[in-house]
Design a binder for this molecule. Structure first.
Ligand code: GDP
Length: 363
């Protein structure tokens, strides 16, 4: 699962991205299985439940869930007409599962605004329009092929074409695809198109150092726009976050206290992105490590096991599952088992957020 960071030039994308990747909490060494490209960063998703579980295991390591973020530079007004929206950009953005759009809400006479003044509403409209135009183009590019196949009697092509037509009708009225209602069958086809305005979006309001809570009039505008579009908003001061991310733990806490924050805004951002992506966590716990794993809401036991290793999914036999509440009541796994609270779940089990699991599998 990955999210792509977009935004107009000079809104603070690079600053934010650097903060995310410099963050000492997000040690990519913990995630040796993923390749990290230069424009990608791993951000950990802080979760208080990890510490609560760890109290009973004293693990050598605590590993939070992580998200991959991709810095997608390149949107400007007119981008979809070829002024900067190259193929590379398009292929990057097609692959991401959600879009995080940075919107400039800070005033700074030293930092030029591409449109001449700070106006978050117009920035959001520019980006949304460019994404819609790019989606229209993508559909146009594959429409002929689908039409030919549909005429030749290909049933799947007919279904694809119907979804394309629904997309075009919506985009013609400047309605982003994420606002439409889609049947499950349509949703699958839509996802295969990789269209940008079909992806969930989260707005990151890059606020002034003196408006960390995001209560200023510019952020209010972002909030109104986002609410009308069913999206969330996280206020972040990219400049401050990049300074915080460079500090050691002790200094970081001091700095946070001095500006009145409980934790870095990047922590809120990571959790909000996680929600936007429709993700949840389950845990594995033992003396070696206590670890959060990321799964989509609705994932089954075998799918959850597959996140650890694909062999676990293939060879899944059953899962032994308990809750944090059980752990806090009975203190040890043995006591949970004795009390008859250790659930044994089979292949059809739909995982719940916060399950603590052992998987039994054949290799
Ligand atoms: P990008 O083009 O969107 O990647 O923008 P950059 O991250 O390069 O930022 C553009 C300029 O704005 C840089 O000079 C940053 O130092 C400055 N900047 C970024 N975030 C903030 C912020 O939160 N407050 C202020 N005052 N300046 C910022």
């Amino acid at each position: 699962m990955e999210a792509g960071i977009v935004g107009l030039p000079n809104v603070g994308k690079s600053t934010l991205f650097n903060a995310l990747t410099a963050s000492k909490a997000a040690q990519s060494a913990n995630y040796p299985f993923c390749t990290i490209e230069p424009n990608e960063g791993i951000v950990s998703v802080p979760d208080g439940r990890l510490d609560r579980i760890s109290k009973y295991f004293n693990p050598q390591k605590i590993i939070p869930a992580a998200l991959k973020l991709v810095d997608i530079a390149g949107i400007v007004k007119g981008a979809s007409e070829g002024e900067g929206l190259g193929n590379k950009f398009l292929s990057h953005i097609r692959e991401v599962d959600a879009i995080l759009q940075v919107v400039r809400c800070f005033e700074d006479p030293d930092v030029t605004h591409v449109a001449g003044g700070v106006n978050p509403l117009s920035d959001m409209e520019v980006i949304e329009t460019e994404l819609m135009l790019a989606d229209m183009q993508s559909i146009e590019n594959s429409r002929n092929k689908a039409e030919r196949a549909a005429r030749a009697g290909d049933k799947e092509a007919k279904e694809r074409l119907a979804v394309m037509e629904k997309c075009t009708a919506s985009l013609d009225q400047l309605i982003p695809l994420r606002k439409l209602k889609w049947e499950d069958s349509e949703q699958k086809i839509l996802a295969s198109f990789g269209l940008m305005t079909a992806k969930p979006v989260l707005y990151i309001a890059n606020v002034d150092e003196n408006d960390l809570g995001g209560n200023g009039p510019l952020v209010q505008k972002v909030k109104e726009f986002a609410t009308a579009n069913g999206a969330g908003v996280v206020p972040v001061c990219a400049k401050l976050e990049s300074e915080i991310a460079e500090l050691d733990e002790g200094d970081r806490l001091e700095m946070l206290q001095s500006v009145g924050l409980e934790e870095p805004a990047l922590a809120y951002l990571a959790r909000a992105a996680y929600q936007t992506l429709g993700l949840q966590s389950y845990f594995t716990a033992g003396p070696k490590e206590v670890r959060a794993w990321t799964i989509p809401i609705g994932a089954t036991g075998p799918q959850a096991a597959g996140v650890i290793h694909s062999d676990f999914e293939r060879g899944f036999i059953r899962a032994e599952v308990y809750t944090l509440q059980d752990l806090e009541t009975y203190k040890t796994e043995a006591a949970i088992r004795q009390a008859g609270k250790l659930r044994v779940e089979g292949k059809a089990y739909v995982m719940k957020d916060g399950d603590i699991c052992h998987f039994l599998f054949n290799v």
